[in-house]
Write a protein that binds this ligand. Structure first.
Ligand SMILES: O=c1[nH]c(=O)c2[nH]c(=O)[nH]c2[nH]1
Length: 301
C-alpha cells in the first residue's frame, strides 16, 4: 500500500499582538491577531519525526512579537509581508508562508470634547483582515495580498425589495417591495500587486462599500453585492477581484392583528437562524493570475 504526505502547512495561530506607541503622551494602539503558516518540504517532520527542517511555531510567535517592537506595526499588509519574507528566509525547507492578520479597531474615548490621549473604546464597525502569501526566494519572490473586512453589520430600513422569484409547491415567501435588508458582511479583495498604499486603499474601499450599500435600491442581496463589488473594481484599479459572504439577516414583520393593532412596517422580529447566505465574486475580465492568493482562505471567502 503506497501512502504519501499530501498538502500540509504548520504555524502559530492567533498570536494576539498589541503594540502601543508611547513616544509622546498621545499614545497609539495597534491591536492584532496574527497567524503564520509555513509550507514546503516538510516530509521528514511528518513521516520520520525528524524536526530538523521545522522552525518551531513558538519561534514564529516570538518573531511576531519581536517584529512589533523592532520593525513596528504599520499597515497589517506590510507587517504580514515582512513576516512572510522573514520566515521563508529563516526556513530553508519552506517554499511558501501564509500570514493572516486581523486588526481590531479602537477609537479614542471622547473627554471634554476631544479624544483622550490613552483611553480607547473598541469601535464596532468591522474588523480589518489580510491574508498574505509569500513564495520563493531572492529575485523569484512573489507575494499575493488578499485584504478585507468582516463583521461589518449594516441595515437598510427600506429601499429593499424581493419579488419575481421562482415558485414551486413549497414556496410560501410573500413578495415584497419594502423590507428590511441587513447583513453582517465579509468582503475580501485580492490586490493585483503589492505597490499599494494599504491604509488609504482599505479606508476608501470600506467607505465605498458602505456608501454603495446605502445608495443601491436593492432588488435582492445578490444585486446589492454585485453593485458594491462593481463600484470597488471601477474605482480601485489596484483590486483584481472581490468576494463577498453575506448572511441575509431576516427581519420578519410581526403580526399584531390579533391585538387589533396595525403594523405598517414598524415592528419586526430579528431572526437568528436560519439565514440566507449569499456569496459572490466580482472579478475583472482581465484579472491577473490569483496564484496562491486564496490558499487556505476558509469558506467562500
Ligand atoms: O435577497 C434575497 N436573496 C435571496 O436569494 C432570497 N431568498 C429568500 O428567501 N429571500 C431572499 N432575499
Amino acid at each position: 500500500m503506497a501512502i504519501h504526505l499530501g498538502a500540509n502547512q504548520y504555524g502559530k495561530a492567533e498570536s494576539r499582538v498589541v503594540r502601543i506607541y508611547r513616544d509622546t503622551a498621545r499614545h497609539q494602539i495597534r491591536d492584532l491577531n496574527v497567524s503564520s503558516a509555513l509550507r514546503g518540504r516538510f516530509e521528514d517532520a511528518h513521516t520520520t519525526g525528524d524536526q530538523g527542517d521545522v522552525l518551531p511555531t513558538d519561534t514564529q510567535k516570538n518573531t511576531a512579537f519581536a517584529f512589533a517592537k523592532e520593525k513596528g506595526v504599520g499597515a497589517i499588509e506590510d507587517f504580514a509581508l515582512t513576516l512572510g519574507g522573514h520566515f521563508i528566509d529563516a526556513t530553508p525547507a519552506a517554499d511558501g508562508a501564509r500570514i493572516e492578520i486581523e486588526e481590531y479597531p479602537w477609537e479614542r474615548i471622547p473627554v471634554d470634547g476631544a479624544g483622550h490621549d490613552h483611553s480607547f473604546v473598541r469601535s464596532g464597525s468591522g474588523t480589518r483582515t489580510t491574508v498574505v502569501n509569500v513564495e520563493g526566494r531572492g529575485d523569484d519572490r512573489t507575494a499575493y495580498v488578499v485584504s478585507g473586512i468582516r463583521d461589518l453589520v449594516v441595515l437598510k430600513s427600506t429601499g429593499s425589495e424581493f419579488h419575481g422569484f421562482l415558485k414551486d409547491k413549497y414556496t410560501t415567501l410573500a413578495e415584497t417591495d419594502d423590507r428590511i435588508l441587513a447583513t453582517s458582511l465579509v468582503a475580501r479583495w485580492r490586490y493585483d500587486h503589492t505597490d499599494v498604499d494599504w491604509d488609504k486603499s482599505y479606508d476608501e474601499i470600506k467607505s465605498l462599500l458602505l456608501e454603495q450599500f446605502a445608495r443601491i435600491h436593492s432588488l435582492a442581496l445578490q444585486q446589492t453585492l454585485y453593485g458594491m463589488g462593481e463600484a470597488v473594481l471601477q474605482q480601485h484599479p489596484e483590486v483584481a477581484e472581490i468576494k463577498f459572504s453575506a448572511p441575509n439577516k431576516h427581519h420578519f414583520l410581526v403580526d399584531l392583528s390579533p391585538f387589533g393593532v396595525e403594523n405598517p412596517g414598524e415592528v419586526f422580529i430579528a431572526a437568528d437562524r436560519p439565514y440566507g447566505l449569499i456569496e459572490a465574486t466580482v472579478v475583472r475580465d482581465d484579472a491577473s493570475d490569483p496564484g496562491s492568493a486564496w490558499l487556505a482562505v476558509p469558506g467562500f471567502c
